[in-house]
Design a protein around this ligand. Structure first.
Ligand SMILES: [Zn+2]
Length: 203
């Protein structure tokens, strides 16, 4: 530790040639300084850690097409970006397009998954297994037979609490102050030319 070695050096310099009483006084004095500097140092580190944690956690509003393979054209994306920039001034807006379909997660907002056909809860393990299998094929086949009512549905159509989805194209707004209004969502839907889904992610 840098402070300690510097202090030790000071102790050595000051101790040379001093009498016993002065030496004791200097040692006590320096020990107190050392203790004080260590305690303030550790508490400020804790504060930094807390600050970092606060800064690191964020809420992301993700807007995706309900059709996982839909990617809007360049002009549509430009218009959508212009529209969102007006709605969310000074916010970080990102448009992400991937070659393959991705699971667009809700981060810490993930709670459970239920059947979109009968409403019953789906065991996470069963859902996870189906996800792993679909992932192997880059989510090109999202077919899912429900364990509850034994009917065919899609991993994309299941009810996620909170909402999640699948897409190649995602518009994200980091730490938006406001939710997106229904009328704005309708307008955005018209701009990108496809029905949209809202995902609130927390990290
Ligand atoms: Zn069911």
């Amino acid at each position: 530790m840098r402070i300690k070695s510097e202090l030790n050096k000071k102790v050595r310099i000051l101790a040379v040639g001093g009498n016993a009483m002065t030496r004791n006084f200097i040692y006590t004095f320096l020990a107190l300084i050392l203790l004080f500097s260590c305690s303030t140092h550790s508490s400020s580190t804790e504060e930094n850690k807390r600050e970092q944690k606060i800064k690191m956690s964020s809420t992301v509003l993700k807007i995706i097409p309900t059709n996982p393979s839909y990617v809007p054209g360049k002009k549509q994306q430009e218009n959508a970006n212009f529209f969102l920039t007006k709605l969310y001034k000074d916010k970080q807006i990102d448009f992400i397009t991937t070659d393959t379909i991705k699971f667009i997660d809700q981060g810490e907002n993930f709670n459970s998954v239920s059947c979109n056909l009968c409403g019953r809860n789906i065991e996470i393990e069963k859902w996870q297994n189906a996800m792993d299998e679909a992932y192997q094929k880059h989510f090109t086949n999202l077919e899912f037979v429900t364990p509850c009512c034994h009917r065919k549905t899609s991993l994309n159509d299941l009810t996620y609490h909170s909402a999640a989805g699948f897409s190649k194209f995602t518009m994200t707004i980091t730490d938006p102050q406001d939710e997106i209004k229904e009328k704005d969502l309708i307008e955005l839907r018209q701009i990108v030319g496809t029905p949209l889904k809202i995902i609130w992610a927390h990290y």
